[in-house]
Design a binder for this molecule. Structure first.
Ligand code: PAF
Length: 279
């Protein structure tokens, strides 16, 4: 596996692959890799000749008071994991390499970026869209893979790619879960052992809501029940929403392709999860 730290070195490499007609898959990450990330890389290998993984803890997607400084940086372990699964290139840029001090351009997907997680993390999705756009320009991938766990992020990226005619196919890969149902996340490492025991209730709240919807309970009651179950269990819920999968608009009774989106804090840790429901 080659490790590349500069855009120029990356471009040189990408150029040789493009000239040789090779297909490139890209998996952008912020590191602290877990089984979910490895699944993305393995899936990427099915879609291309070369796989590039980036690790960049992107400052512009963290708000004031969020965990940018404490976000786990585990480069040595991440490098070993990527090597073990035959990643071709690890792109590991510094903040200075990614952002010129006088950078003025922000990519913003209006509307979608202000909903749900965007309402409590103002500017977060602008940071995500901007860095993913920049990374796409650097890597020039034919295909890029993202975890479905960050469902709203994936919707923002798909919209950006579509609106800006970016020549990259976006593939969403199923969430990898612990045996107890807890979605794998780099932030799970913040949980205390007691919180870790409670955390699977987030997934259970999605399962219970899906059952209630299938049984015909109205959506607003389903959302209220889920919020109070989470609150009673010791979470501080941010939102629990039943949305249309297509555009994440609030679902109306009669819509058929739905997704349940949830975010809640457990102690100091903000957890998100989601579940698709076809009625
Ligand atoms: O999902 C993530 O890890 C990040 O939001 C991403 C897509 C790598 C952009 O920094």
């Amino acid at each position: 596996m080659q490790i590349v730290n500069t855009v120029q070195a990356l471009r040189t490499l990408i150029y040789t692959w493009k000239v040789a007609g090779e297909r490139i898959a890209f998996v952008p990450t912020m590191g602290n890799l877990h089984a979910g990330h490895c699944q993305l890389v393995t899936a990427a290998q099915q879609h291309a000749d070369k796989v590039v993984v980036s690790i960049f803890v992107n400052p512009t997607q963290f708000g004031a008071g969020e965990d940018f400084d404490s976000y786990p940086r585990t480069e040595a372990q991440d490098t070993e994991k990527l090597q073990a699964i035959d990643t071709d290139v690890l792109f590991l840029p510094s903040v200075a390499e990614m952002y010129a001090p006088n950078a003025k351009t922000v990519v913003s997907v209006a509307g979608l970026s202000e909903l749900y997680c965007g309402a409590s993390r103002v500017g977060h999705f602008d940071g995500v869209a901007t860095v993913v756009c920049k990374l796409f320009n650097m890597v020039q991938p034919d295909v890029a893979l993202f975890g479905l766990k960050d469902f709203q992020q994936l919707a923002v990226i798909r919209t950006m790619v579509n609106d800006l005619n970016m020549p990259v196919d976006i593939i969403g890969i199923d969430t990898v879960r612990e045996a107890n149902g807890l979605a794998m996340s780099s932030r799970n490492g913040y949980l205390t052992p007691a919180e870790h025991q409670l955390a699977p209730l987030l997934y259970q709240s999605l399962c219970a809501a899906r059952e209630a919807m299938v049984a015909g309970l109205d959506y607003s009651s389903v959302e209220k029940q889920a919020l109070s179950a989470l609150g009673n269990a010791g979470f501080q819920p941010d939102y629990f929403r039943i949305c249309r999968s297509l555009d994440l608009a609030q679902a109306q009774q009669g819509d058929t392709e739905l997704v349940l989106l949830v975010a809640a804090k457990l102690g100091k840790t903000r957890l998100i999860d989601n579940m698709s429901v076809a009625l």
